[in-house]
Design a protein around this ligand. Structure first.
Ligand code: ZN
Length: 185
């Protein structure tokens, strides 16, 4: 899935905070947005879907952080919990997208997400055929609704910005390979 889809999913993950501790909802949503971005920073350095994607390891900080947030809800505890939770979930849901390749709609890459503990690539499920596919945009639009409607600023602004990027990225997706060639290996 493309990064904007992970970004707009942040406020969805923060819905329990919105319900039970609404005063912390914006902190929770922004932290989840940041955590959702984190794994894809390996596009910039290292190996994408491997260097910062940890389908298992992110749960090690996530579980105690969620427990701490439930026992002592405060901006720091809730923020940390949502940050790690979003990174953990991002690293898992990428498996349900397409494989990592220059033209993932042509090539059936076997690289979904790297499973560090097993030292192997998890096969992509291709429920979302490739990042920026029509179904990826559709999912981004659906996931964006809570962030746009239920949260105070800056959450709707961030979500709307991500949605614009999602639509533009998807529209240009099949023209991007020549520009992505230096990054995708
Ligand atoms: Zn990713």
């Amino acid at each position: 899935m493309m990064s904007p889809t992970h970004i707009v999913a942040g406020p969805v993950l923060a819905i329990p905070v919105l319900v039970f501790a609404p005063e912390l909802a914006v902190v929770a949503a922004v932290a989840a947005i940041c955590g959702g971005i984190l794994p894809d920073l390996d596009l910039l350095a290292g190996e994408h879907r491997k260097t910062l994607h940890f389908p298992l390891l992110y749960w090690i900080p996530t579980v105690p952080a969620v427990v701490a947030a439930v026992l002592a809800p405060a901006p720091a505890t809730v923020g940390a919990a949502l940050f790690f939770l979003a990174a953990a979930i991002h690293s898992i849901v990428d498996v349900f997208g397409g494989g990592y390749a220059l033209k993932p709609w042509e090539v059936r890459s076997k690289r979904g997400v790297y499973f560090h503990r097993g030292q192997r690539w998890l096969r992509p499920k291709r429920w979302i055929r490739y990042d920026g596919s029509p179904e990826d945009v559709g999912m981004a639009v659906l996931l964006a609704i809570p962030g746009l409607r239920w949260y105070a600023d800056p959450v709707p602004t961030l979500v709307a910005g991500a949605l614009v990027v999602a639509v533009v990225y998807a529209a240009l997706r099949k023209r991007l390979p020549p520009y992505l060639e230096p990054i995708v290996n």
